[in-house]
Design a protein around this ligand. Structure first.
Ligand code: PRP
Ligand code: URA
Length: 209
């Protein structure tokens, strides 16, 4: 209950420093976000069950272990979560992808829903929500609410930078959701941005500012 995994791997910390840098442009930012998601997927999938299989190498029979038919769902929160999807799909190509569209009202900082399309069997899947930024936690909490309303019971949240306020908000309502992040930053500023963070993740990914 209430688990937060912070990745201290040097490759992850190096790439995180690069995406924080204001001089990193959209092309490099996109590539790095995808790479970070791929590296973090290694840990997020650590508890996938394995089953023994019998295969034949060119030398002879071999008992090996493979992932035992577990169904995974990846759920990016639009827009910025999209930048992490391919990193996970490269490692888990059979995963289905659902999308939840939320934007933060700049005045209230509350999430507003504008799109939701999920795999039909979402309740049977182990779900990984993707969003680079966990700020107030409003968007992630609403995404978890949605998934649970549709019957999901196994949900993880993967972000790149989390604020303490966001972790607290998600875990106070959903203590069962493990949070995976590359960093926990200091705080939020008056506009709900993470300090020092990386700015607006959606704008930096898609070059909209
Ligand atoms: C950003 C970010 C998260 C949300 C985090 O999206 O990608 O979804 O803010 O903030 P919260 O924890 O306070 O809810 P934004 O609302 O800016 O939308 P966008 O991805 O479309 O730019
Ligand atoms: N959304 C972002 O993109 N960045 C923040 O720092 C907070 C919310």
């Amino acid at each position: 209950m209430k688990k937060v995994f912070v990745f201290d791997h040097p490759l992850i910390q190096h790439k995180l420093a690069l995406i924080r840098d204001e001089n990193t442009g959209a092309k490099e930012f996109r590539e790095l976000v995808e790479e970070l998601a791929m590296l973090m997927a290694y840990e997020v999938t650590r508890d996938l069950p394995l089953e023994e299989v019998e295969i034949k190498t060119p030398i002879g029979p071999c008992k090996a272990r493979m992932i035992s038919g577990k169904k995974i769902g990846i759920v990016p929160i639009l827009r910025a979560g999209l930048g992490m999807v391919n990193g996970l799909l490269k490692l888990i190509p059979a995963a289905k992808v659902g999308h939840i569209g939320l934007y933060r009202d700049p005045e209230t900082l509350k999430p507003v829903e504008y799109y939701c399309k999920l795999p039909q069997d979402v309740h049977e899947r182990d779900l990984i929500i993707l969003d680079p930024m966990l700020a107030t936690g409003g968007s992630a909490t609403m995404a978890v609410d949605y998934l649970k309303e549709r019957g999901a019971s196994s949900i993880k949240l993967m972000c790149l930078i989390a604020a303490p306020e966001g972790i607290e908000a998600v875990h106070s309502k959903h203590p069962d959701v493990d949070i995976y992040t590359a960093a926990v930053d200091e705080r939020l500023n008056d506009h709900g941005y993470i300090v020092p963070g990386l700015g607006d993740a959606g704008d930096r990914l898609f070059g909209t500012k």
